[in-house]
Design a protein around this ligand. Sequence first.
Ligand SMILES: Nc1ncnc2c1ncn2[C@@H]1O[C@H](COP(=O)(O)OP(=O)(O)OP(=O)(O)O)[C@@H](O)[C@H]1O
Length: 276
Amino acid sequence: MLNIHNLTVASGSRELVKGINLEIAPGEWLALAGESGSGKSLTAASIGGLLPKELKLSGTISWNGSTLTSLSPSLRRKTLGKEISYIFQDYQGAFTPFITIGKQLDELLRAHTDLERQRRKNMCIDALDNVNLPGGRVYTSYPFQLSGGQLQRAAIASALLLNPGLLIADEPTTALDSLTAQKVLKYIAKAKERLNLSVLWITHDLRHVRKFADRVAVMRKGEIVEQGAKDQVLNSPAHAYTSRLLAAIPPLSPNGPRRLGQLSKNSLQREEGALL
Ligand SMILES: Nc1ncnc2c1ncn2[C@@H]1O[C@H](COP(=O)(O)OP(=O)(O)OP(=O)(O)O)[C@@H](O)[C@H]1O
């Protein structure tokens, strides 16, 4: 269970994130939406202690009862590596260019487990297979030999290798085409079911939220203006800003602008289905 209580992130006297509260239950997928600059990435970075040094954090963040914000840097790294993992929009940056994917995944297992070599190799190949990559071949491939979508899937395999409890996905599909983006989200959804994973999904694109998220929180200018079950937020937004965000969604079909809140679930599924 992730608990964020009264989180504030400040640059000098300027508050960039303003006393927000969020919870994510085991097996729950929370979409954190909002326009560019609203504070989503700083919130995500705060959880893992990844904020730039010049920014000051206050409030508490706890994971399964242990307060991350009061852990020593070494304990926090240990918790992070095993229990909380990240994937980012910049999947190219997830891997070092001239080291094989297999070696890079293996290094993670070597750092965090005592498993012997062959067992580690089998686990890496299984993890790649689980995101529908040809595990044996990708294990020996260099990052530059994979397409963008394949690399992002390999990044998901890497993020899930140690069976984390929380996956923080910071705009993981922004750099991908719509079809590949859907596939990547489907692999995260599959992992969520398999591992009872909590997912924090940072997105400024509400198009796929109905299909994948359980709950939605909407951020604006450092504050959470609305949060709730996805149907409630998408169908009956309580805040004018959420309505504006929904109205700005680009259409999934070529029939002109549509409001997600006005679409029936079936018609939305038909439109999404056309993309699969
Ligand atoms: N190191 C920093 N120093 C000062 N201000 C910063 C720093 N990092 C981010 N900010 C500011 O904090 C605000 C929130 O940034 P953040 O990256 O969290 O937004 P976001 O909602 O994730 O946006 P995007 O969708 O574009 O990634 C922005 O106004 C940004 O310019």
